[in-house]
Design a protein around this ligand. Structure first.
Ligand code: 0K2
Ligand code: SF4
Length: 332
């Protein structure tokens, strides 16, 4: 059996928007009882979706699948105005779990489009977050996925443009795209802070993990954009890295000639899956676990007022239990 170290990234796992979104579904189930309909996966994690399904959440692809007048939660990734209208048309009782930082990008898109600018939205065209923002002003927003797309844009170079981005992109990769846009367009403005604090913090921590370890494992589902970006960030540093949806996906062959494994988790991946991976690695001889020195996050987003207790009028706190990273020395 091999002997080796494990280093747990700090920060890792749930961000404030994910905690709030999951808390909203749980609270809606408590208040309204099952079923509570959720449009799309509340966050892109199969474990979370399946746990909420067990409690009575029903996940649907479209608001059109929700029965008239039923409770419907919008996912953390946000929705377009067309979806809001369709939901209103069906008299759905909507509870919006859109992350406030995604909502901010929507507001920027509306403002820039109203100002007469063409919005260049850097992101993945088929991602729900991009679909939602695009829907704010479909005639004035163009999605850009890569640096190559910049030269292909059929716009005069003096077009007034504003650059926005998906919240979960790779910071470094996006900088390259924005630089290419700056080099081309003469009237360009950008708020420049759309990639959220959680994405940036997790990517920075992964850079250190990649520097200090032979292998990096990122816990997250295959449809989780921010988790995939974390794998890329590690690989960009020349370190082998894999996405691991849960411990069953760990391949023993990855550990050949490896003495230290860095583990992080995407913003939608719960700590229980990290625990499972750590336990499996311990079985394989990687039983010395340390916590990376890193920054502590204290961002909390408040829950929607419509989830207030009908008797006391109190709005519940966003749940934190069970997801706080263990302190050094507390780990086996
Ligand atoms: O990274 P993704 O946008 O695919 O989404 P999740 O994996 O669900 O992570 C939470 C971020 C949600 C919105 O920004
Ligand atoms: Fe919000 Fe960022 Fe979390 Fe997405 S990753 S839900 S934008 S805090």
């Amino acid at each position: 059996m091999s002997e080796g170290n494990v280093v747990l990234a700090q920060p890792r796992g749930f961000c404030a928007g994910v905690r709030r979104a999951i808390g909203i579904v749980e609270r809606a189930l408590d208040l309204h009882g099952a079923p509570v309909y959720v449009r799309k996966e509340i966050v892109h994690n199969h474990y979370i979706v399946s746990e909420l399904q067990k409690r009575g959440a029903v996940f649907v692809d479209s608001e059109e699948e929700v029965p008239q007048g039923a409770v419907c939660v919008f996912s953390a990734h946000g929705v377009s105005p067309a979806v809001r209208s369709a939901a209103a048309g069906r008299q759905l009782e909507v509870i919006d779990a859109t992350c406030p930082l995604v909502a901010k990008v929507h507001q920027e898109a509306v403002r820039f489009a109203r100002d007469g600018r063409t919005v260049l939205l850097v992101g993945h065209v088929s991602h729900e977050e991009v679909e939602g923002v695009l829907g704010e002003a479909p005639d004035r927003i163009v999605v850009i996925e890569t640096e190559d797309d910049v030269q292909r844009l059929g716009l005069p170079d003096d077009t007034p443009v504003a650059v926005l981005t998906q919240t979960t992109l790779s910071f470094d990769e996006t900088e390259r795209v924005v630089e290419a846009l700056r080099a081309r367009f003469t009237d360009l403005i950008t708020p420049g802070d759309d990639i959220c604090y959680a994405s940036q913090n997790r990517q920075n921590a992964v850079k250190d993990l990649a520097r200090d370890n032979d292998l990096v494992l990122i816990v997250g589902s295959h449809n989780s954009s921010n988790s995939l970006r974390m794998v890329e960030v590690a690989r960009d540093r020349g370190t082998a890295a894999h996405l691991v949806p849960d411990e069953q996906h760990l391949e023993a062959a990855w550990l050949k000639d490896v003495s230290s494994v860095g583990i992080s988790a995407g913003a939608s991946a719960p700590e229980i899956l990290v625990d499972g991976l750590v336990a499996r690695l311990a079985d394989l001889g990687f039983d010395q676990v340390q916590l990376q020195r890193g920054i502590a996050e204290d961002v909390v987003f408040s829950m929607p007022g419509r989830l207030a207790d009908p008797v006391t009028g109190r709005v519940p706190q966003t749940p934190l239990a069970g997801e706080v990273s263990p302190a050094p020395g507390e780990m086996s």
